[in-house]
Design a binder for this molecule. Sequence first.
Ligand code: AMP
Length: 328
Amino acid sequence: MNQAVKEQILQKIKEYNRIMLFRHVRNDGDCVGATKGLKRILQLTWPEKEIYLIDADTAAYLEFMGPEDAPVEDALYADALGIVLDTASEARISNKKYNLCKELIKIDHHIPLEGYGALQWVEEDRSSACEMVVDFYNTFRDELKIDSEAATYLYTGMVTDSGRFKYDGVTGDTLRNAATLLDVGVDTQTLFARLYLEAFEYLKFKAQIYERMKMTENGVAYIYIDRAMQEEFNLTLEQASACVGCLDSIRGSIAWMVFIDNGDDAGTIRVRLRSRFVHINSIAEKYRGGGHACASGATVYSLEEMQSLLADTDALVKEYKETHEGWL
Ligand code: AMP
């Protein structure tokens, strides 16, 4: 699938001596894993090429993957090939110097809101961008090199973006690609411990999530984590945001979301929307966001707008439940 564009991408990689890798803002396991994994594959295969991954921050829970490259002079971008992974739109590219690159390639698995770059390989049905990088490796495995370091980065993204191989996008190909990585060598016990063990205090916060969560008439579970709650439990925004997973297993609640007060001057509230069976990306797109059919992000600017987003989702879920059978 997509053989022609993958061949064109390989050709471009061969043409350039310097390659810059980019990912999205508010990084997660997939964009970090995909950029670090591809960087490692390119370095192993072409040690003479300069491969840079320059990004100012990595989420605290992913710091075990190691730091990124230090910033370089702007001039170095000018004759470089840029490869942007896991990022639907230019506005979400984290390192804004991407547009200094001579040419840009987009490799992504989000619903395409906007095209950018000379070459685009987008497969919205893939469970993760990391899966696409593994597919790229498998397509050209006679030429490309991989090791357990690269495999671990890529496995991290595959595991986190698929909810440990649980979500809808997981296919036979997903597991075959994951198997490629396990064959190369991944210490899954250590990786899962790093990703999923939780601090004692964080579990106390989670208990409060269950205490304070609410439900709309038609079964949209949600919680608003305001500044007071963040301060009460001494949470970073990242820790507060992570609790969306707490709401994912309520029978009959086929859409759920968390609202996190960002505490900025503009008064933004981050929204993380999730669902099963019903697709909620249209709601995210209406409120300045986007993402995947069942996992999207958005931004609202007031409690009124939060209520309006909830009402829209509630209506969507109502309509879905009335017209479909088999949801749980
Ligand atoms: P989050 O809840 O922030 O993890 O977002 C869920 C998914 O939607 C991730 O794949 C994000 O990359 C994507 N996403 C979040 N916000 C946006 C946005 N404003 N535009 C497009 N995609 C987004």
